[in-house]
Write a protein that binds this ligand. Structure first.
Ligand code: KIV
Ligand code: ZN
Length: 388
């Protein structure tokens, strides 16, 4: 793997599927997994095999059909979880076991009623056991975002020694600020012995709306894997959105970091996940929302009609959206009206446009959005148009 390649670890089918009320059946998961593979994700986290027979079956079936990506199964640091995950992954071309344990004082005290040393022992035992089934073992230090850096570094060192190839540093509760998360990754890069043998991974939650920013800070500071979901779906406020991190890295080439994602598939992928899960995507969602390439104010429309780049930093075609939309509202100007009228066959003179625009504004003040049918009616009913 080249040093400027960021691996994309998609967890739509695991963390993403933890959205309340959004259960997918195996058939739906297979369709999504196949498309994720075509999209170019490097790792597909297919599920948590020990959690239910249905999840086991999904991981097993996904392992059979995925052609390029590594297929991954989640476990706790529990022997039976790991054994069951290995069994579910046995058909995968390349398999990864993702095991781990909570490392923050809060998790150690309240969840495990344990102590720091005992947690390191459990982590090492889990990684060693996972390693007896697969070469590729990822370790997650749950709640790493709130884990003391010195202790986190000791955990990382111990699991690398036990054979972990990827170290996942989750901001499980979405608590960190970007500079703090970036500093945590930098600290681990600089202080964990043996770190050159492993890849650091960002797994950020969006409780404060910072999941994407934190993941980007993570890779700027040396992580080389981002864990994310399509549309940013996931527990509570969700996970890092795959489409956002991919396009941020692509639109900022000076960072010298890129992914293997075929970005033209992003919009279709977003629609597939939204439809399958029955989760509506907010219109203002970056990259894939219905309004991401829609312009409605007169000043912006005039600019975009003259040159798209005045108000768009991404060519919509690059993410699979056919074209930018010029939405007609009472805030639109003459340029937008003339443009939309031309699209439906009316070449308006300046004189015609002046009168029709006045009629258009009267109409638009009473309707949120003016459609092609409305434009047609407004033009046909305008006196100046009939006369010429
Ligand atoms: O958010 C988290 O900590 C997780 C781990 C289980 C990887 O999803
Ligand atoms: Zn998570």
């Amino acid at each position: 793997m080249s040093d400027n390649k960021v691996q994309i670890f998609d967890t739509t089918l695991r963390d993403g599927e933890q959205v309340p009320g959004c259960k997918l059946n195996t058939e739906q998961k297979l369709i999504i997994a196949e498309q994720l593979d075509n999209l170019g994700v490097d790792i597909i986290e297919a599920g948590f095999p020990v959690s239910s027979p249905g999840d086991f079956k999904s991981v097993e079936e996904i392992s059979k059909i995925v052609k390029h990506a590594t297929v991954c199964g989640l476990t706790r640091s529990v022997e039976n979880d790991i054994k069951v995950a290995a069994e579910a992954l046995k058909y995968a071309k390349t398999a990864r076991i993702h095991t781990g344990i909570g490392t923050s004082d809060s998790h150690i005290k309240h969840k495990f009623k344990s102590n720091r040393e005992a947690i390191i022992e459990r982590a090492v035992k889990a990684v060693t056991y996972a390693k007896s089934f697969v070469e590729d073992v990822e370790f997650y230090a749950e709640d790493a975002g709130r884990t003391d850096n010195d202790y986190l570094a000791r955990v990382c060192e111990a699991v690398i020694k036990a054979g972990a190839t990827v170290l996942n540093i989750p901001d499980t509760t979405g608590y960190c600020l970007p500079h703090e998360y970036g500093a945590k990754i930098k600290y681990l890069k600089e202080n964990v012995k043996g770190i050159e043998k492993a890849i650091l991974s960002c797994h950020c939650h969006n409780d404060l709306g910072l999941a994407t920013a934190n993941s980007i800070e993570g890779v700027i500071n040396g992580a080389r894997q981002i864990e994310c979901t399509i549309n940013g779906i996931g527990e509570r406020a969700g996970n890092t959105a795959l489409e956002e991190v991919v396009m941020i890295l692509r639109q900022h080439p000076y960072l010298n970091l890129d992914t293997n994602i075929k970005s033209e598939m992003l919009y279709g992928m977003s629609q597939l996940v939204s439809d399958s899960m029955g989760i509506y995507t907010q219109p203002n969602k970056a990259i894939v929302g219905a309004n991401a390439f829609a312009h409605s104010s007169g000043i912006h429309q005039d600019g975009v009609i003259k040159n798209r780049e005045t108000y768009e930093i991404i060519d919509p075609k690059d993410v699979g959206v056919t074209e930018s939309a010029i939405v007609l509202t009472a805030r639109s100007g003459r340029a937008a009206l003339a443009y939309r009228a031309k699209n439906i066959g009316y070449e308006l003179t300046k004189l015609q446009l002046d009168e029709i625009y006045t009629n258009f504004l009267d109409f638009a003040d009473n309707k949120k959005e003016v459609d092609d049918n409305d434009i047609h009616q407004i033009i046909e009913n305008s006196k100046v148009y009939k006369e010429i």
